[in-house]
Design a protein around this ligand. Structure first.
Ligand SMILES: [Fe+2]
Length: 276
């Protein structure tokens, strides 16, 4: 499941699109004046601090000078993440759509959250309020803890997980998705693809027998490392760790080297239907 990047375009792109986690040992380091940002008290009522693509800082507490430092650090990470993806997969250049940057200063282990928000359970990512309509979710992570690793677990291949949960799922009638968009519950209209992806996310997280019995592999990321993967296809769970940065990119399926490896094409193949 894990591959350490060899500096050739083909291998890194093929690894990412094939559902692997690409780990880069040389990572992203905080500047000396940013070290004090490793402080969960800076969280303002959410589990993560976010920087939107239009550079609005959200869910951050603390004085203006600290929030400015957070914003600067997160913008620097966003630029680093783009450079990293473009180095790994040069032909994505020009097609990557920048999403949110997040800083995760809280310890994951021991948090009390609802089943569907519990990222210690294996899942693929799907955004309830931000439909991607088939676009890929490519994420760059950095462990910025001074010494502790971040622990993940990865699960079975996407198609095998989908084969288990897909028979239980039915996309919403289009009118329902139109209404969600009209009342502002979603940013843009959800497609049948978004419904199925959210169903897979929720189905896996709710199924405790699946969580206990499905194939899984531990994966730990040392302090200072960076890793990249398509989290819409890699079954993953974040078990333990504190102080991570994450940058989300969306990528149109057509920009992939092998679009048939996308969850959109896999689900269309499995259902025999056009989903977007
Ligand atoms: Fe996730």
């Amino acid at each position: 499941m894990v591959c350490v990047w060899a500096p050739t375009e083909r291998s890194a792109t093929a690894a990412l699109e094939g559902g692997r986690v690409v780990v880069l040992p040389a990572g992203f380091a905080l500047h000396p004046d940013e070290l004090t940002l490793r402080n969960p008290a800076l969280l303002g009522g959410s589990k993560n601090i976010s920087l939107t693509p239009d550079r609005m800082l959200k869910h951050a507490a603390g004085p203006a000078v600290v929030r400015l430092r957070l914003k600067t650090m997160m913008a620097r990470f966003a630029a680093f993440a783009r450079d990293t993806v473009e180095a790994l997969a040069p032909h994505y250049r020009g097609a990557l759509i920048r999403g949110r940057t997040s800083f995760r200063p809280a310890e994951i282990e021991g948090r009390t959250v609802s089943a569907l928000k519990d990222d210690t359970r294996l899942h693929v990512d799907a955004f309830p309020a931000n439909p991607t309509r088939g676009k890929r979710i490519l994420r760059v992570f950095a462990n910025v803890h001074s010494h502790a690793p971040r622990h993940w677990r990865t699960g079975e291949p996407f198609a095998e997980m989908a084969a288990r949960f897909l028979p239980e799922l039915t996309p919403n009638p289009p009118i329902v998705n139109a209404l969600y968009a009209a009342v502002g519950a979603t940013k843009g209209r959800r497609s049948a693809y978004d419904d199925l992806m959210l169903g897979l996310h929720d189905g896996a997280k709710r199924d405790l027998a699946y969580q206990a019995e499905s194939p899984k592999k531990p994966l730990s990321f040392a302090a200072g490392t960076v890793w990249v993967c398509y989290t819409d296809v890699v079954m993953h769970a974040a078990l333990k760790g504190q102080y991570a940065l994450e940058q989300t990119f969306l990528l149109p399926v057509e920009a992939m080297a092998e679009p048939e490896q996308s969850p959109l094409r896999i689900l269309e193949q499995m259902t025999g239907k056009k989903l977007v």
